[in-house]
Design a protein around this ligand. Structure first.
Ligand SMILES: C[S@@+](CC[C@H](N)C(=O)[O-])C[C@H]1O[C@@H](n2cnc3c(N)ncnc32)[C@H](O)[C@@H]1O
Length: 246
């Protein structure tokens, strides 16, 4: 409402007219108001242990047959990436595992969101003290550097260029099917966004994602979404993690 009023609009109809006149700026602002961008590093952290198991094949038997580390390249898509904490967590977890087992496939990493202001934040890779609080200290030390002196009251932390440059950040509205990808992904993360869609839309998005997964590839949903959405032709292999049939 405050956004509407700031443009002198008293009704939704007036606001709609303002958006259509303001063009892309109006649309961006509307999207920012309508979306919830809550996220954090290592959110629903069990998923990153599973990702490491998938990568190095060190987890349950079912993951050994298909070690990501054995591929010449790993393709990952993080949909609804918000301000970047999720894709950076995925990448740091993968790299940690690959360093331990000393195998280094090329990583092709796409992170998308509908909200361009979040993508800007993500690609800048700058986070506040409270945002980095959920990062284990070894990851913070290794991958982030403080931008100001230790006495600064509001220190901010910059993600290492090696992390930032490894991820392509791009806008994508999950409603816009079919998605324009040429290659299949090994892993797709789509967490904590489908809960905001109605069920037919969520099912459609998941079906479209399945189409862009290679056989044997993995889809990660949010923990609260797993009970509601049932991906077809995929087997649940862990909480909210699905493997596409080979
Ligand atoms: C609650 S955040 C979740 C972020 C992250 N996936 C996580 O689990 O921490 C939801 C994100 O979905 C994005 N989003 C909402 N609707 C979308 C749509 N139709 N297409 C793409 N992204 C969307 C929002 O901009 C927001 O960044």
């Amino acid at each position: 409402m405050s956004t509407m009023r700031s443009h002198g609009c008293q009704t939704y109809g007036q606001y709609l007219i303002w958006i259509s006149r303001a063009g892309q700026t109006g649309i961006n602002e509307f999207v920012e108001c309508m979306t919830t961008n809550t996220t954090e590093f290592f959110r629903e952290s069990a998923h990153f242990d599973i990702l490491r198991d998938l990568t190095g094949g060190r987890g349950p038997q079912q993951f050994n047959q298909d070690r990501l580390a054995d591929k010449s390249e790993i393709r990952i898509w993080c949909a609804a990436a918000s301000s970047g904490q999720e894709p950076y967590t995925i990448l740091m977890s993968l790299l940690a595992e690959l360093e331990i087992i000393r195998q280094f496939p090329e990583i092709k990493f796409l992170a998308t969101d509908i909200d361009r202001s979040m993508l800007d934040h993500a690609s800048r890779g700058i986070y506040s003290q409270s945002e980095v609080r959920s990062l284990p200290s070894e990851f913070q030390r290794k991958w982030f550097r403080p931008l100001a002196s230790p006495s600064d009251e509001n220190p901010r932390f910059l993600a290492n260029a090696a992390l930032r440059d490894s991820i392509t950040f791009a806008p994508l509205n999950l409603f816009d099917t079919p998605y324009p990808f040429k290659h299949l992904f090994d892993v797709i993360f789509c967490r904590n966004v489908l809960i905001y869609f109605d069920r037919p839309t969520s099912q459609k998005v998941v079906a479209e994602m399945a189409r862009h997964l290679r056989p044997g590839g993995f889809l990660f949903l949010g923990h609260s979404e797993a009970g509601v959405i049932r991906p077809d032709n995929m087997k649940a292999v862990a909480n909210a993690v699905y493997r596409k049939d080979s």
